[in-house]
Ligand binder design. Structure first.
Ligand code: 6PG
Length: 476
């Protein structure tokens, strides 16, 4: 019997789906799970794909089943469990074997794991996989970080299982060590911002325009045919139109407004802050999830403070306002993506990855959670200007910002005056307004810093005088 092309450890939902996808695309795969029952069940249910699957009940058997140098995907809960699994595997591996962590790892753990194996016979790939269960089964977007040589060993298999955008496979080697997991982290950060902005627009339609879930679903459905066309808008329509089997009501009205988070959004913000890059859309989205989880506190605060006493939410022309909402969402989305790419560009320099921005946009066009038409436009913009300082100053996106930021301003103003929270939408507006203003207000901050701490400042005329004459008088 020929050897398996690749191995996979961890037959949870993501691991099982990925293994079936690999097998279905004609690649022989060896699988192993900590509990033997899961391996047996997986194999028993593999149907016609059984011929491509080698179920293994011991690590020895598993490792022996794979063609060397052996690529082994580890698809288990991120964190310490991955280190433990690697330690279990190591004694059985030999020269050139590649351990591949395909979970949502913190890229700093990936860097550590990669560095720890440097100089040894083994190597490590940190692989971001996006697309949820469905993506894993039928075509995810795959972001790979590790040595280029190790990528070449797995390129064929990964290319065969990745989603395709007009025949282009959504997989790429993005750089050494933590590059793949870093890019996946920022993908998720952008995903957080996208989702929060959609939720804020939903809030305006629900609490401002008093529309039902099904009516709002119609609005998102119409938008999905236009420039906002994307997976997240598509599923939002479906989510809003789904009925609760228990009550018959819209299911969305029966779901508690407390959002979970597993860490990738927070890591995006931490890394952006570490590098001094504003990622205000992602920050707002992470904070909004945290506030959402404080349900009891919010309910108690509503009793004490009440909702803002702003009266009825009124708009002069309802249809025109809904069009504004569509454009506002597009504008805000541009802000969040521009920030995400700016964070990746800074990280690329900081960690010496040489991240290929057009390629990243390209492999996000299909398979992943943020997949959209829009990413094709980003691909084009970065292909024309790979080293541009910020997406929003590329000609195509500058034109889009100019066309839509008026709508964003009107929507944010209406929401603020109506007492409706729109932290992520407002953050995008604040970002545009600050980023496009050549003369800001930090001269006052510099003066204050110098006043209380003699921190010094640069002068507009370049003169060699870096401290203020604090205490001297100037008449208004
Ligand atoms: C993806 C998703 C996936 C997962 C996130 C959700 O790209 O396929 O982002 O990675 O659904 O872990 O993250 P939160 O639980 O933090 O929302």
């Amino acid at each position: 019997m020929s050897q398996a092309e690749i191995g996979l450890i961890g037959l949870g939902v993501m691991g099982s789906n990925l293994a079936l996808n690999i097998a279905e695309k004609g690649n022989k795969i060896a699988v192993f799970n900590r509990t033997v029952e899961a391996t047996r069940k997986f194999y028993a249910e593999a149907g016609e794909l059984k011929g491509q699957i080698v179920p293994c009940e011991t690590i020895e058997e598993f490792v022996a089943a794979i063609r060397p140098p052996r690529p082994i995907i580890i698809m288990i809960k991120a964190g310490e469990a991955v280190d433990q699994q690697m330690e279990i595997l190591k004694p059985y591996l030999s020269k050139g074997d590649i351990m591949i962590d395909a979970g949502n790892a913190n890229f700093r753990d990936t860097m550590r794991r990669f560095e720890a194996l440097k100089g040894s016979d083994l190597t490590f790939i940190g692989m971001g996989v996006s697309g949820g269960e469905e993506g894993a089964r039928h075509g995810p977007s795959i972001m790979v970080g590790g040595t280029e040589e190790s990528y070449r060993r797995v390129e064929k298999v990964l290319t065969s299982i990745a989603a395709k955008y007009e025949n282009d496979p959504c997989v790429a080697w993005l750089g050494e060590n933590g590059a793949g997991h870093f890019v996946k982290t920022i993908h998720n950060g952008i995903e957080y911002a996208d989702m929060q902005m959609i939720a804020e627009i939903y809030g305006i339609l629900r609490d401002g325009l008093k529309m039902s879930a099904a009516e709002i679903g119609e609005v998102f459905g119409a938008w999905n045919k236009g420039r906002l066309n994307s997976y997240l808008i598509e599923i939002t329509e479906k989510v809003l139109k789904a009925a609760d089997p228990l009550t018959g009501k819209p299911i969305v009205d029966m779901i508690l407004d407390k959002a979970g988070q597993k860490g990738t959004g927070k890591w995006s913000v931490i890394e952006a802050q570490n590098m001094g890059i504003p990622a205000t859309g992602i920050e707002a989205a992470v904070a909004a999830r945290s506030i959402s989880s404080m349900k009891d506190e919010r309910e108690a605060a509503e009793k004490i403070l009440g909702l803002p006493p702003v009266g009825e939410f009124t708009v002069a022309d309802r249809q025109a306002f809904i069009e504004d909402l569509e454009n506002a969402l597009l504008a805000a989305k541009i802000g969040a993506y521009a920030q995400g790419f700016a964070v990746m560009s800074a990280a690329s320099k900081e960690f010496g990855w040489n991240l290929p921005m057009p390629t990243i946009a390209k492999i996000w066009r299909a398979g992943c959670i943020i997949r959209s038409q829009f990413l094709d436009e980003i691909t084009t913009a970065f292909t024309k200007a790979p080293d541009v300082a910020n997406l929003i100053v590329t000609p195509a996106f500058a034109a889009m910002v100019k066309e839509t930021d008026g709508a964003l301003r009107r929507v944010v103003s209406a929401a603020v005056l109506g007492g409706l929270p729109v932290p992520a939408l407002a953050s995008a507006l604040g970002y545009f307004d600050s980023y496009r203003r050549g003369r800001g207000t930090a001269n006052v901050i510099q003066a204050q810093r110098d006043f209380f701490g003699a921190h010094g400042f640069d002068r507009v005329d370049g003169a060699d005088s870096h401290h203020g004459p604090w205490g001297s008088g100037l008449n208004a």
